[in-house]
Design a protein around this ligand. Sequence first.
Ligand code: ADP
Ligand code: MG
Length: 676
Amino acid sequence: MNLFSPLDKVKGIGAKTGEQFTLAGINTVGDLIEFLPRGYEDFSHITTIVDIKPGKATIKARCEKIATRPVRRGLRITTATLADSTGKLQAVWFNQPYRETQLKSGEEFYFSGEFEFNYNRYQLTNPSAEMVKDMPVQTDRILPVYRSIKGLKTTLVRKILAELRPLITMLPETLPAEIIKSEKLMSRSDAILSMHFPENMVDVDKARERLGFEELFQLLLASQLNRQENSKLTGWTIPFEQPIVANFVSKLPFSLTGAQRRAAWEIIQDMERQTPMNRLLQGDVGSGKTVVAGLVACQVAHFGFQTAIMAPTEILASQHAETLSKLLQPLGITVGLLTGSVKGMARKTLYEQIATGSVQVVVGTHALIQETVKFYKLGFVVIDEQHRFGVKQRQLLLDKSEHMPHMLAMTATPIPRSLALTVYGELDISILNELPSGRKPISTKIWSPNSRAQLYAQVDAEITAGRQAYIICSLIEDNPENDIKSVQAEYVKLQNSIFKHRRIGLLHGKLKPAEKDEVMQRFSRGELDILVSTTVVEVGVDVPKATVIVIENADRFGLSQLHQLRGRVGRSVYQSYCYLINSTSAKPSQRLREIEKSNDGFYLAEVDLKLRGPGEIYGRAQHGALNLQIATLADTKLIARAQKQAKIFASGGFDMLQYKQLDTQVEYYQRLTTLN
Ligand code: ADP
Ligand code: MG
């Protein structure tokens, strides 16, 4: 038997069991070995009933009486009397009527749960129950708990893994010996042994450290290698032309912030080199990323190269096209807009202009990456709100040049440092950590759903003062099954009552692109006072005169999303307001309280990472594929250690053939995260 053997080679796995494993994605003995516990149950401390204390407890008892009763619709309570030789106690389960069948056998069970004060008495709440005779090992052990697989008992999974123990002791090492030594890590086989058959929790921690280190090391090594490969590519050299840049800056209606100047300068310096730029421009919402891209595009055009700017939505693309036209057309630079709504002759003409180079700056949506789009000489690629795109889509755009173009990814979702290191390790990073001068911090308030009248009066006052408002709902249409606000119902309601005298627009994702564009245009021209919208306005939209945003059912949104939505206001010198309406008048969540407290996207991103994990921050599709099992991207210390070793290793001229498994995994990550 080896790691590649099919499951039926393992004692205890028959056709049925094998099938259940396969359904759960476990196909070989190796997969099974790497099916690591998601937690542990400590059965090494069994309490007698007479000694039980409030808190987490495990007892060894029999069930004497058990009954289930319905309490109300959707809630059934099962209560049982459990007894050992020292006493009795009551256990309770919610909506687990099957406990009756399970426990009526009269067998002895381990019950493990929270012993707490509830319904006027101490009870063991929702305890797990495992038959004592099912335990594959003695009771003075810590037992692994596996992700549940349909149709397979945990006890069976444990038994099967016990069969593989000899194989696990022979697992080969996958990390370089020097790294194991200098980082004082467990060997791979010891680590996996400790995960499945822990002696104590200290070993489990050491094992996690080792396995987590390995995952991070592979990921960081992949980005180091991508960096090295990128540095061998030849790109276009675009020199710095001071007068061009100075002229652009002098025509702006404002002066650049220090952060904008720094970022622009970093980009310009990158472009002077032979190697293609690979840079991430991170700036909080409203920090002014677009103008930085415009400045660079101006100089790129001067040297005869084209710029492509890809944005995730039509609204955003057309808005960028408009902004950039205003900035660049007066300097004699042509700007084109390519989206799904450009059709027929107009599209054909645009294709031609892009192919012959008569359009120098092309702004667009995904339409840009279609095969029919041929560039004349693409020198600079900007990906706006880059977390909205997959690796493939960036790749397709970059492939449209004869040489690798310079690439600037922009994001308004600040990324905590640890995350930036791991998932964007191969990118250089510029940060816009300064808002344009004169901006007042947005005043954010959590608002009870019961006092809307007051709130609407404030919104109305803003409109009277010449400003505009967003009202955000999470649904498009009302759903009879819940009370969540929908844009369609709110739009009708507001227009017919409280805001009868105001001009209201309706925006959501089901409108046709042309309709969306029309509404957005009217709002940004000031022909609408209120825009009732779903989160389609979340990304990037810029209407400086909008100063109020009301977010209905705010508790339904994630932290980053709320911050993005809030960023639709506060884009001018006027004081702006954000109102977060809670779904109920109950105490608001920590998320809402955090966003009420802080306007700092970088801080909120750190909080979000802790509260929700990296999926929300790093594009979902990409993160899913990273598939870190053990390491968490919030573990900055382990990341720093792995980063250090990856750098040393990558610069050491090693022979990858020596590290077969490392090689395979690193190659996978390289493909996954590369921007080239
Ligand atoms: P984001 O970084 O969120 O993409 P934008 O590029 O949309 O921000 O810019 C937000 C607004 O700030 C725009 O209206 C833009 O014209 C304005 N702006 C950009 N830079 C400055 C500056 N240095 N001073 C004043 N306003 C600026
Ligand atoms: Mg933007």
